[in-house]
Design a protein around this ligand. Structure first.
Ligand code: ATP
Ligand code: MG
Length: 532
C-alpha cells in the first residue's frame, strides 16, 4: 500500500484559522482606520526583491542579512548555479583526466538547461550565454577524448593532463561570468522595499511628506519559538520627505501609541533613544570598541565577534553575565553632536506636548544598519523574552544610499503575531459577532423561500447560514446552536403558506412571528445596535 504522507506547514510557519483570523482582520482594520485618520495611505510592495536591496539597506553584517534571509534565484536557474558552483569549487577536477566523462555529463546538463531557458525567455540571450551554449558541448567531447587517450596510453600522461587542464579551464572561462538570473530574497522587513518603491516611482516629487503604511508577511530564518516565527506579519509605517522635524517623529510615535490603545494592548512601555548620526556616531562607536576590547575576555562569543563587526549590537545583549559590564560602557547620549542632541531634546519636548509616557533607554540601538538619531521600541506584557511588539526609528540617508535623492525618513514596524498574542493573553480581544441567522427550513416548498430570504438578509448586511440539505427541525436547530448563531429563522410549509417567518432567539428561546418587511427591519436595527 502506498504510504500516505501527512503534509504539515513548514517549520516556523502557521495557519491562522477562524475565529482567530477575525481578530487579525479587526487588528489590521483598526490599524488602517487609525493611520488613515493621520492621513497615511497604503503601499503594497512585492514579497520578494533583489537580495542586494536588503544587503545594502539593512546591512551586510546584520543577523537579518548574514543568516536569516530566504534567498533564491529567479527563473529556477538554481540548477545552473549549482552546476557552476560544482565546476568552480572543486579543484579536484584538475589533473584528473579520468573525470572527463563526469564533467561531460555535467556540461551537457548545463548547456541543455541554458538553451532551454534562453528559448523560454527566462534568461537573457547575451553574447556570453550564446557562446557558452555553442561551445560547451564540444568541450565536453574533448574532455571525454582526453580521458580515453589518457587511459589508453599512459606514456604521454603529462601532455594529456596539460591538455585536459586547459580544456577544464576553457569550460570555466565560458561560464564564469554568465548571468544566471537575479539573486532575490523573501523580504525580511519592509522599509527597504518602501524606499525602493519611493525612488522607483519618483514619489519625492509629491507634495509634502509621503506617509505610507504596509501590511503583510515577512520572512526570517530564525529559531522558531513563542512569538518568533519564520513567516511573521508586520504592520509597517514610513514617512519620507525633506523634513526631519522632531515633530514628525513624535507624531509617528503618537499614532503608534494611539493604535495600541485602540486595540487594547495592555501595559505597553515605550523606550526611546538617539543613536546619533554620521557626524557623531563613528567616534562613539570607536570609543565603544576600545572599551569593549579591554573587557573582551569577560564577554561571550557573540559579543566578542560584534566588537569588530558591529559594536553597538553588544548593547542589545541579553546575556545575564554581560549586563554588569555593559552598564559601565560609555553612553551615546554623552557623545551626541550638538545637532543630534538638540533633535533628541526637541523630540522629548514634542512627546511631552502630546502627553506620551516614555522611558529613555540608552541601550536601544536596534539591529539594522540604517537607523540614525531617533530609535524606539515598544514592549508589552505576556510575551516572555519576545516582548518587543514594535521597533522603529529614523533613517535619514537611506534613500540616498539606495540611489535616490537626499531624503529624510522615519518609520516603525509592529509585530502583528506578538501584539495579537499579548492582546489575547490579556483577554482583551473583542468578541466579534459570528453568524447572525441560521435558516432552518423543512419541506421542499420551503426551500425556494429559504433561498430568497437568505439573499435578502445578506443584502441587508446580515450574516446568514443556509443549510444546503433538508434536515428535521430538531437537528437543524441543534446545529444552529453549535454554530453559535444568534437566531434561527424557522421556515416550514405553514410559514410559506401564511407568508410569515418564525424568528427564534437562541439565547433565550424567545420566538416571534414576523412578516418579511418586519423581519428585515428587526434584524437590521438589531445589527446596528450590536455593532455600533
Ligand atoms: P527582536 O529583537 O525581537 O528579534 P527585531 O529587532 O529583530 O526584534 P524588527 O526587525 O525591529 O525586530 O521588527 C519589528 C517587530 O517585528 C519586532 O518588534 C517584533 O514584534 C516583530 N518580529 C521581528 N522578528 C519576528 C519574528 N521572527 N517573529 C515574529 N515577530 C517578529
Ligand atoms: Mg530579531
Amino acid at each position: 500500500m502506498a504510504e500516505t504522507k501527512q503534509f504539515r506547514a513548514i517549520k516556523g510557519t502557521r495557519d491562522i484559522l477562524p475565529p482567530d483570523s477575525a481578530v487579525w482582520d479587526w487588528f489590521e482594520r483598526t490599524a488602517r482606520e487609525v493611520f488613515e485618520s493621520y492621513n497615511f495611505g497604503e503601499i503594497r510592495t512585492p514579497i520578494f526583491e533583489e537580495t542586494r536591496l536588503f544587503a545594502r539597506s539593512v546591512g551586510q553584517e546584520t543577523d537579518i542579512v548574514s543568516k536569516e534571509m530566504y534567498r533564491f534565484e529567479l527563473h529556477g536557474s538554481s540548477l545552473l548555479s549549482a552546476i557552476r558552483v560544482e565546476l568552480f569549487e572543486r579543484e579536484a577536477w584538475f589533473h584528473n583526466p579520468q573525470a572527463g566523462s563526469t564533467l561531460d555529463w555535467l556540461i551537457r546538463v548545463f548547456a541543455g538547461e541554458l538553451r532551454d531557458m534562453m528559448q523560454r525567455g527566462d534568461l537573457a540571450r547575451t553574447p556570453e550565454s550564446v557562446e557558452a551554449a555553442e561551445k560547451l558541448e564540444p568541450l565536453g567531447q574533448a574532455l571525454i577524448r582526453d580521458q580515453k587517450e589518457f587511459e589508453a596510453k599512459k606514456d604521454h600522461a603529462d601532455l594529456l593532463e596539460d591538455r585536459f587542464n586547459a580544456n577544464v579551464q576553457s569550460v570555466r572561462h565560458l561560464i564564469r561570468h554568465l548571468d544566471l538570473g537575479e539573486q532575490v530574497a523573501l523580504r525580511p522587513e519592509a522599509t527597504a522595499s518602501v524606499c525602493r518603491a519611493y525612488i522607483e516611482n519618483g514619489m519625492h516629487t509629491r507634495p509634502g511628506n509621503v506617509k505610507l503604511y504596509n501590511i503583510g508577511p515577512m520572512f526570517r530564518r530564525e529559531r522558531p519559538q513563542k512569538g518568533r516565527y519564520r513567516q511573521f506579519y508586520q504592520v509597517d509605517v514610513e514617512v519620507l520627505g525633506q523634513s526631519d522635524a522632531p515633530g514628525i517623529d513624535a507624531e509617528v510615535i503618537e499614532m503608534l501609541m494611539e493604535f495600541f490603545r485602540r486595540v487594547g494592548l495592555k501595559k505597553t512601555k515605550l523606550h526611546v533613544n538617539s543613536i546619533g548620526d554620521k557626524n557623531c556616531r563613528p567616534a562613539y562607536v570607536e570609543l565603544l570598541r576600545e572599551k569593549l576590547r579591554q573587557v573582551k575576555d569577560r564577554l561571550g562569543a557573540d559579543s566578542q565577534r560584534r566588537i569588530e563587526t558591529n559594536p553597538l549590537r553588544v548593547l542589545d545583549s541579553k546575556v545575564p553575565e554581560e549586563q554588569e559590564i555593559i552598564a559601565t560602557l560609555p553612553r551615546i547620549s554623552e557623545h551626541l553632536c550638538d545637532a543630534c542632541r538638540e533633535h533628541f531634546s526637541q523630540l522629548k519636548r514634542e512627546l511631552a506636548l502630546r502627553g506620551i509616557q516614555y522611558e529613555e533607554n540608552w541601550r536601544l540601538v536596534r539591529g539594522l544598519d540604517y537607523y540614525t538619531r531617533t530609535t524606539f521600541e515598544v514592549t508589552a506584557e505576556g510575551l516572555g523574552s519576545q516582548n518587543a511588539v514594535c521597533g522603529g526609528g529614523r533613517y535619514d540617508g537611506l534613500v540616498e544610499l539606495l540611489g535616490g535623492p537626499p531624503t529624510k525618513g522615519i518609520g516603525f514596524a509592529i509585530g502583528t503575531d506578538r501584539a495579537i498574542l499579548s492582546i489575547q493573553e490579556a483577554g482583551s480581544a473583542p468578541k466579534l459577532p459570528g453568524s447572525g441567522v441560521y435558516v432552518a427550513w423543512m419541506g421542499q416548498a420551503a426551500y425556494p423561500a429559504a433561498i430568497g430570504i437568505a439573499r435578502k438578509l445578506r443584502e441587508a448586511g446580515v450574516s446568514v447560514e443556509l443549510p444546503a440539505e433538508e434536515m428535521k427541525f430538531k437537528k437543524s436547530l441543534g446545529l444552529a446552536d453549535k454554530l453559535g448563531a444568534r437566531y434561527a429563522l424557522i421556515l416550514g410549509e405553514d410559514e410559506v403558506a401564511s407568508k410569515t417567518y418564525t424568528l427564534k432567539r437562541l439565547a433565550d428561546a424567545e420566538q416571534m412571528k414576523l412578516r418579511e418587511a418586519e423581519l428585515l427591519e428587526y434584524l437590521e436595527s438589531e445589527r446596528r445596535g450590536t455593532r455600533a
